[in-house]
Structure formats: C-alpha cells, structure tokens
Design a binder for this molecule. Structure first.
Ligand code: 1HE
Length: 268
C-alpha cells in the first residue's frame, strides 16, 4: 500500500528538516543553515518524528546538513530559558530522538562536513555509519560553555573513541580534523571536500539491498551483544543468526551464490 507521505514531509519542513525518498533511501537534510543547523527543540522533535515514521519504502537513510556545516549542536539561544527539571526533560527528549535514529527501522548514514560539534557530534554518533569530507571538524565545546553533553554523547562517543579522548576533547576544547577524526574512529570514511553526500548515498543504496533481517540484526542485536557478558553475547548471537539464516531471503541468497549467480567478494 502506498503511504501518504505529505503530512510527514510537511511536519518535517515546519521543524527545520527536509525529507525526500529516493531509490529506497530516505534523505534527511537539517535545514537551518543560517543557524549552522543548531538543534532547536523543534528540530529535535522533527528528527524523532521523521525517524519514528519513516515510510516502508525507505530501506536506509542518509542525514546531512544544509550550508557550510553539518550541525553546530544545541541551539544555545534556547538554553537560557530552562530550569533544572526542564533541562532534564530536554535531555531526555534528545535521547528519544537519537534512539529513534540508532534503534529505528533502517540503518542511517551521516554525511558530515564543516562543524560536527557538541550535539552535532552526538547526532552523528547515533548514526550507523559516518562519512566525513575533508572540511569536517569535530569538537565538544560543552566543556568551555560550562555545560555537559546531554544528547547521549557520554554513552555513544566513548564507544567510538574511548573515554580518554572524549575527556580530552571536553577538558581542553581539542578539535579533531577529518584525517585525525577517521584515525581515532569518529568516522569510518574520509572523502574529498564536497563528496560526503554522494558517498553516503552510494553506501545507503547498497545497504538498502541487504536482507532486511540482516540490517535489523546489525542495528538492534549487535550493539546489545557488544554490551553483554561474553556467555550472554554468544547465546544472543546464536539466536539471532539462526533467525536470520532461517529467513527465505537468506536461503535464496546463499543458493544464488552456490549456483554461481551472486557476486563474489572482490579485492580492492
Ligand atoms: C548558533 C549556534 C548554536 C551558531 N546555537 N546559535 N555548540 C557550540 O558551542 C558551537 C557554537 N557555534 C560555533 O562555534 C560556530 O557557529 C560554528 C563553528 C559552528 C560556525 O561558525 P560560522 O562562523 O560559520 O558561523 P557563526 O557566525 O558563528 O554563526 C552564524 C549564526 O548561527 C549566528 O547567529 P546570528 O544571528 O548572529 O547570525 C550564531 O549565533 C548562530 N549559531 N551556532 C545557537 N549552537 C544536548 S546537549 C548538547 C550540548 C551542545 O551542543 S553545546 C555546544 C553548542
């Protein structure tokens, strides 16, 4: 059944996000370039709405920022209005929105350029793959602004780069460039300036052709298994792999390979 996308597209525009679907890929653009895509409450709400309501035709997603930067983090102009209780609920609203990305219906590839700072890095770290062009720089200016990460960064970022590097970034305001960002694990791909979106689309289109259960297992089981004690992890792995291999799609793909009809793994 074809879903009527118009209400979702319109709500997204109102919240500062442009959404389109192309070749089974949902393309999500942060669209507040005048504010360097700083994440206002309404942008955070828009991300939650988009990722909780992606249409069935989307099998992968790409997220990128309009203008010269991916995202300048929290919209600091809204921070001054909050007391402690409101601040806690605000942080929790980011957790819901970024969980909708990490644990949503499809793998998400972030195309990074320019500033990926503060909440922008928290957003990028909720995505499954990060492609950074050469203009990218990463920072956590929360330390120098007298605040702390609140969008899940203290959980996700140490998993990418380790506690020591995140501590350094926040204590000293250290900024990583694209080359060093890839070296330490902030991005999996480093591409020439201006080509991150193209590379992210290439990857997303490929991801969209995977068996849906494989993508589901990678998004929902792998991060949980990685946090389980080894003996629990082995059991969860056995359960997930048996479910995946029992799917008709797995059987037809393996059969195609055995009959010489599927692509071999190629050396680069
Ligand atoms: C903003 C924001 C913002 C820009 N909130 N308005 N994040 C930060 O501490 C990063 C703050 N931003 C910057 O360091 C720079 O803006 C950038 C390096 C990202 C870009 O520099 P540039 O020279 O291209 O732009 P600009 O001239 O600094 O900013 C253009 C406009 O965007 C300007 O507004 P205007 O009305 O004067 O035109 C800026 O005020 C506005 N702008 N960034 C609000 N972040 C869940 S907790 C997460 C905690 C955090 O993310 S804290 C880190 C916040």
């Amino acid at each position: 059944m074809t879903q009527n996308l118009q209400p979702l597209l319109q709500r997204a525009e109102t919240n500062g996000i442009h959404l389109e679907i192309q070749d089974a890929v949902a393309i999500v653009r942060l669209s507040r370039p005048a504010k360097r895509n700083a994440m206002s409450d309404s942008l955070v709400e828009g991300l939650r709405d988009v990722f909780q309501n992606l249409p069935d035709q989307a099998k992968a997603a790409v997220i990128y920022g309009q203008g010269d930067h991916f995202c300048a983090g929290l919209d600091l102009s809204e921070l001054k209005e909050r007391d402690a209780g409101a601040g806690m609920h605000h942080s929790r609203s980011w957790h819901v929105a970024l969980d909708a990305i990490q644990f949503g219906s499809v793998p998400v590839v972030a195309a990074l350029h320019g500033a990926v700072v503060g909440g922008g890095l928290e957003l990028a770290s909720a995505c499954h793959i990060r492609v950074a062009d050469d203009s990218t720089f990463y920072a956590l200016p929360e330390g120098t602004r007298g605040i702390f990460v609140g969008g899940g960064g203290s959980v996700r970022i140490p998993k990418l780069i380790g506690v020591a590097r995140m501590t350094d970034m926040m204590l000293t305001g250290r900024v990583y460039n694209a080359t060093d960002g890839e070296r330490i694990g902030l991005a999996q791909y480093h591409v020439p300036t201006g080509t991150a979106l193209e590379k992210a689309m290439e990857l997303a289109k490929r991801i969209a052709t995977n068996a849906p259960l494989t993508n589901y297992a990678l998004m929902h089981a792998l991060p949980r298994i990685a946090e389980q004690p080894a003996d629990h992890g082995y059991l969860t792995e056995a359960l997930i792999s048996s479910i995946a291999q029992a799917a008709p799609e797995a059987k037809s793909r393996v059969k195609a390979f055995l009959e010489g009809k599927a692509a071999k793994v190629q050396k680069n």
